[in-house]
Design a protein around this ligand. Structure first.
Ligand SMILES: Cc1cc2nc3c(=O)[nH]c(=O)nc-3n(C[C@H](O)[C@H](O)[C@H](O)COP(=O)(O)OP(=O)(O)OC[C@H]3O[C@@H](n4cnc5c(N)ncnc54)[C@H](O)[C@@H]3O)c2cc1C
Length: 547
């Protein structure tokens, strides 16, 4: 039996309705950029599941990549992106995004973003995998905070935008195919059917499927899971990027130590003080993230130590404090002076490369549904995302989706006949009797153990067996709250990720199989599409039986 089409039962005759021209799900950089592209004559409703300020976008530290210096060329940024992507990037997409970067950064400046300056010009830094200095940043190491401050202010001032925070999108509404809006839970109103001429999904990633992650709690893959239930194509779910350097101190909530720290000259050392990256790669600490993260795992195993160390002690202390005020202050909270002491770090889940398949305009495979940002697989990142390319992707695809959805909505009549919604396979029992937090924690630990940086067939089959078993009794229930829906979405995402990682019998980019350590272009130089109906409450698709 396939999974329920909708997570909760609902009766359209007894559910309040709300109409808008365009519905945007997600208020990070991709969602708000999309909303701001819609002309004033069309109404836009933006829903976010928490405070508008809480998103991966607001957490971004390092910056936004763009060719802005006389020494740099578009071709360099394109080459760096393709090289990091390990043979899976879509070249046309890479070229489009890279060439649009300067204009997008200029728009942000026009809208009031204060990027850091050096001698009156944009200060540019360098990060792993980039051949040139081309990353603009703000407030030292709090780029996302500053960029989102400016974008949110502009969105709040736009008369055609309505912003609903703390409003959880449970599912997308599809009648006989096209997307017609979403089922949303809004505090004080309960469940609402939001009907939209066009819907833009910008609900971000799913780092919370791992216990160790840099992502904020909102990143539970809701949009990916809802889109999968709605029949859209998802692909490349095996490619979760791990950030190499996440602060490893008990109680630190896995705070990210930006790549820009290595860009400014920091070294990675093992527990014995040995600098190990020059042995691993000619680019040393500035190798792409997958190379650094995998080298760190090998080093931790070799030295039998749970972390490695970032060393900034040889850099100018004043420059370090001024350039990385957020990281300095976070570490100071744990009694660490980063100008004099080593910072303990280890990798953590950071960025979901796979997701909802979109074309160059941001169209998904479901009519009237567009998508932008981390929720998508656009072809930009291939098998490994180049640092600071994802805020840029959100800007470029957000703009494309806003423009495309607006053009489509403008040509549609205002009248809407509410379609019959086929809610086959209703959830059959209440979810309240389950200990949701316990299953969520078990899932997140399992993903670190069996679906982490290094994978193999036995571990993946173990992970699949557990996840399929949990799906059986979690996906068949109807929950009344966010924690339950998030668990159902996390299980769905985990199932797709484990399936994809099991299938791809090679190592490429961020996907490292110890049992298939070589890259295999002859068989695997292509995207991997998730099959429909893989995720079911009955455990369909399992390779082994649990009982
Ligand atoms: C710590 C950290 C540092 C980073 N640093 C950089 C960097 O320096 N440069 C760079 O390019 N990238 C960086 N990234 C990656 C980058 O921030 C993200 O990929 C990007 O911001 C994603 O933007 P988005 O708009 O797609 O999603 P997000 O910004 O995550 O926004 C998602 C939105 O969807 C909403 N949402 C989710 N589910 C639901 C639901 N069920 N109902 C309603 N709303 C929902 C959320 O509330 C949120 O508003 C970093 C990421 C992290 C975590």
């Amino acid at each position: 039996m396939p999974a329920n089409r909708y997570l909760v039962p609902f009766n359209p005759k007894r559910t309040p309705h709300f109409f808008t021209d365009i519905l945007v799900i997600g208020g990070g950089i991709a969602g708000l950029r999309a909303a701001l592209e819609v002309p004033a004559g069309l109404d836009v409703l933006v829903v976010t599941k928490d405070q508008l300020e809480l998103s991966n976008s607001s957490y971004a530290q390092g910056g936004i990549a763009g060719v802005l210096s006389a020494e740099d060329r578009f071709e360099n940024h394109i080459d760096d992106t393709l090289r990091a992507g390990a043979g899976l990037c879509d070249q046309a997409v890479v070229e489009m995004v890279v060439r649009e970067a300067p204009a997008q950064i200029n728009d942000l400046i026009r809208w009031g973003t204060n990027f850091d300056l050096e001698d009156g010009r944009l200060a540019l830094t360098r990060e792993g995998g980039h051949s040139h200095r081309r990353i603009v940043h703000a407030l030292g190491d709090a780029t996302g905070h500053e960029v989102m401050r400016a974008i949110i202010a502009r969105a709040r001032a736009a008369p055609n935008l309505t912003l609903w925070d703390n409003s959880f999108t449970i599912d997308l509404l599809t009648g006989d195919g096209p997307c017609l809006g979403a089922l949303v839970d809004k505090p004080g109103h309960g469940r609402l059917l939001i009907w939209a001429k066009q819907t833009i999904l910008a609900s971000g990633g799913c780092g919370m499927v791992y216990r160790e992650t840099t992502n904020p709690p909102v990143a539970t893959g809701d949009g990916m899971a809802a889109t999968y239930r709605a029949g859209a194509q998802l692909r490349d779910m095996e490619f979760m990027q791990f950030h190499p350097t996440v602060l490893y101190v008990a109680g630190s909530s896995r705070f990210l130590v930006s790549e820009a720290v290595r860009g400014e000259g920091a070294y990675l050392r093992d527990r014995n003080g040995v600098r190990f990256m020059p042995e691993e790669d000619p680019r040393a600490e500035l190798a792409p993230r997958d190379v650094v993260a995998q080298a760190i795992v090998r080093t931790m195993e070799r030295t039998q130590h749970p972390n490695v160390y970032l060393d900034l002690t040889h850099l100018n202390a004043d420059v370090v404090r001024q350039r990385f005020p957020g990281i300095a202050s976070m570490c100071r909270g744990f009694g660490l002076d980063i100008t004099r002491e080593l910072i303990p770090v280890r990798p953590g889940a950071h960025y979901m490369i796979g997701g909802v398949t979109v074309d160059v305009d941001g169209r998904t495979t479901v009519p009237r549904l567009w998508a932008a940002g981390e929720v998508t697989s656009s072809g930009l990142h291939g098998a490994n995302r180049l640092a600071s390319n994802s805020l840029l992707e959100g800007l470029v695809y957000g703009t494309a989706c806003g423009r495309g959805a607006a053009a489509a909505a403008a040509s549609e009549p205002d009248s809407l006949v509410v379609p019959r919604l086929s809610n086959r396979a209703q959830p059959d029992s209440a979810g309240s009797s389950l200990d949701v937090a316990d299953i969520t924690n078990s899932l997140r630990s399992l993903m670190v153990r069996k679906m982490g940086i290094v994978r193999d067939r036995d571990g993946l089959l173990d992970a699949e067996r557990d996840v399929v078993f949990w799906c059986r009794y979690v996906l068949s229930r109807a929950f009344d709250d966010r924690a339950g829906w998030e668990l159902q979405n996390l299980l769905t995402i985990a199932r797709l990720m484990i399936w994809a990682a099991t299938q791809r019998e090679e190592s490429r980019g961020v996907h490292l199989r110890s049992d298939f350590p070589a890259r295999d272009d002859a068989h695997w130089q292509h995207h991997q599409v998730c099959p429909p109906n893989l995720v079911g409450a009955s455990g369909t698709g399992s390779a082994r039986d649990m009982i």
